[in-house]
Design a binder for this molecule. Structure first.
Ligand code: BES
Ligand code: ZN
Length: 636
């Protein structure tokens, strides 16, 4: 080592040390939030084994399930699904004698093969992984039939009473399997590395219809027996079922919407561009592999914005804003038909391969269908969400290929895999040029179609493709930094939008008292501009300032759920009580965790945590188990 390199290494060390120390000085501005205090201390010292799914007990390298046949009765009275799951499997290891499946809270009645009863054992239940079901497999047996029923508290199912639906007359049920909840309603190999085709018979009360992430008949006879088939192999987290008083309306040739009657028309109108999105995505990124693309609009307790169940994305009604301002959600779930459903993350550590690629594609789809302005605004807002999380997450949770060993994937949900993943791909795009990058994406989707891929395999593929072809523009160390290090590499792309320049100016003028809120010419502002206006206000505003904004713009009454969210969050942080009735309403009618959790968090950090408890107590029975779990610890 020369003196010069020694000197610069010492300098780098000093720099790292001093930035680390300066981050530890606690000022009023950077007081640790609750999120910081809950940082997980990693005790794992073993290196992560690449491609190992730490969230499944299954043994697909001994027996690999290839096909599932379900026959389930939907019992709304007892809140259980009961029936049989038949699993066909291939024997991968000739010496294998035990098939190991994932389960959670399932009651197993009997397991048979060719009419013969098989021995099995169930391990004690782990708090978030569930229980391993090991079945003795005699020679020559290549399928088992499991008779079982679910628990009324199954983590992957929400049972809604008629009062919790739009129509108020019929009950409703939906499943949410991602990440590891399929095992709470079907005994199976619940790992994204295992793909299976499936068929199902679902028996429901008459008058209700069942839909699945499979072939659906738009207007079936309501006889209580519905049959489905999914001929393409999919991972277990994409198996989905919903039952309710549903109706169908076509939007385009290959696209349509299922919803309760009361919101069917509004949904079809809001999402009428779905067909154009589908066509635009196919043109750029290759043919759509899944036949039809329909949407299912769920009751407002759906815990996510959307879920990319193949052929039938599940969608929250909270994005029906009347002006298509929140339809990027549809672009997102549609994009998963390429990134996620066709090319799938191998383990939950690799979630960014699903969500980062999908977020990148979402921006691209929005640009193709709605233009450059929309692309720019949404990219900037996404970058701000990312910054918000970077400011609050522990360093190890800012890594794309995150270490999730010993942790429940539900608890680690953040915008890192989404927005950091997308920003990484935007950098690759900028470096090699858009056309070249599009060609790369097309070949990537082809190369790994209907397969699962790990972060390391992705890097290997990059080495064979982009890194080889553009060695003058890209480097492996930079790529490794993006995927395996915390934070954002220096000189990363910076999304910008000219539509926000005016907003920054107006906000600044208003804050220093140069103009009154009523003088702001906001007639032509779109929802994204409003969000940018509100989200970039200082943390602390006076009661007078809040009152002024509210009077001028009627923010407490906003019908846009995203604007309302931003406003209510500001109101909680500044204890602006005139918004609290609306806040209570919001919390008790919406179950989408991304919208309610920050509000509960902010409320619970105030001295008046009581209000959070009141809303939570009132809403709890209507919330999905995931939303309850995500909030109960700090609210109750
Ligand atoms: N697949 C996700 C939802 C998900 C991720 C469920 C991880 C469980 C574990 C879905 O596609 C999604 O990303 N939804 C977002 C959409 C948004 C980013 C446009 C949501 O629900 O907020
Ligand atoms: Zn997604």
């Amino acid at each position: 080592m020369t003196i010069k390199t020694l000197f610069s290494s010492v300098l780098i060390l000093i720099l790292i040390f001093s930035t680390a120390c300066s981050k530890n000085i606690i000022t009023e501005e950077n007081k640790p939030s609750v999120a910081t205090e809950q940082r997980v201390i990693k005790t794992n010292v073993e290196p992560i084994q690449v491609g190992v799914d730490y969230h499944s007990f299954a043994n697909p390298d001994v027996f690999r399930v290839t096909h599932l046949t379900l026959d389930l009765e939907v019992n709304f009275t007892d809140k259980v699904l009961q029936g049989t799951a038949k699993l066909d499997f291939a024997k991968v290891d000739k010496l294998g004698t035990e098939l190991v499946l994932d389960t959670r809270d399932l009651s197993i009645k009997k397991i048979t093969a060719n009419g013969q009863t098989l021995d099995y054992k169930l391990t004690p239940q782990d708090s978030f992984l569930g229980a391993a079901l090991s079945i003795n497999i005699p020679n020559e047996v290549n399928s088992v039939t499991i008779e079982y029923h679910t628990s009324p508290l199954a983590s992957g199912i929400q049972w809604l009473t008629p009062a919790q639906t739009a129509g108020k007359k019929q009950p409703f049920l939906f499943t949410q399997a991602q990440a590891i909840h399929a095992r709470s309603f079907i005994p199976l190999q619940d790992s994204p590395q295992v793909r299976m085709t499936y068929e199902a018979i679902i028996r429901t009360p008459k008058d209700l219809i069942a839909v699945m992430s499979a072939s659906n008949e738009p207007d079936p006879e309501r006889d209580g027996i519905y049959e489905f088939s999914m001929p393409q192999p999919i991972p277990s987290y994409l198996i989905a079922l919903a039952v309710g008083d549903l109706h169908f309306k076509a939007m385009g040739q290959r696209t349509g919407v299922y919803a309760e009657k009361g919101i069917l028309q509004a949904a079809a109108q809001e999402f009428e561009d779905t067909e154009s999105m589908l066509i635009a995505t196919e043109e750029k990124f290759g043919p759509y592999s899944w036949d039809r693309y329909d949407l299912l609009i769920l009751p407002p307790s759906f815990p996510f914005g959307g879920m990319e169940n193949p052929r039938l994305s599940f969608i929250t009604p909270t994005v029906i804003a009347g002006d298509k301002s929140l339809v990027s959600l549809i672009a997102h779930e549609l994009a998963h038909s390429w990134s996620g459903n066709t090319v799938t993350n191998a383990t939950w550590r690799d979630l960014w391969l699903n969500e980062g690629f999908t977020t990148y594609l979402t921006y691209r789809i929005m640009q193709m269908v709605y233009g450059d302005n929309r692309y720019a605004m949404e990219s900037v807002l996404g970058r701000q969400d990312l910054q918000n999380d970077l400011d609050n997450l522990a360093a190890e949770d800012q890594i794309l290929a995150i270490d999730l060993r010993g942790r429940d994937p539900d608890e680690v949900f953040s915008s890192i895999p989404y927005e950091k993943g997308a920003l990484f791909l935007q950098e690759l795009e900028q470096k090699v040029g858009r056309d070249n990058f599009d060609r790369f994406l097309l070949s990537y989707f082809n190369e790994f179609a209907f397969q699962s891929i790990s972060s390391d395999e992705f890097v290997e593929y990059l080495e064979k493709t982009l890194l080889k072809d553009y060695s003058d523009k890209l480097s492996l160390s930079r790529i490794n930094e993006w995927i395996f290090q915390s934070g954002i590499p220096n000189n990363a792309p910076v999304p910008q939008s000219t539509a926000f320049t005016e907003i920054d100016k107006v906000r600044a003028d208003w804050l220093v008292g140069k103009i009154k809120a009523s003088e702001i010419d906001s007639q032509d502002w779109v929802v994204h501009q409003w969000l940018y206006f509100l989200n970039n206000m200082p943390e602390k505003l006076s009661q007078q300032q809040l009152t002024e904004l509210d009077l001028a713009f009627k923010l407490t009454q906003s019908h846009n759920n995203e604007i309302a969210h931003s406003w209510l969050l500001m109101s909680v942080k500044n204890w602006y009580q005139p918004a609290f009735q609306r806040l209570h309403n919001y919390l008790t009618t919406i179950g989408r965790n991304k919208l309610v959790k920050p509000l509960y968090k902010a409320l619970s950090e105030t001295v008046e945590g009581k209000m959070a408890r009141k809303a939570f107590a009132q809403a709890k029975d209507s919330y999905h188990p995931l939303t309850v779990k995500a909030n109960e610890d700090f609210v109750e």
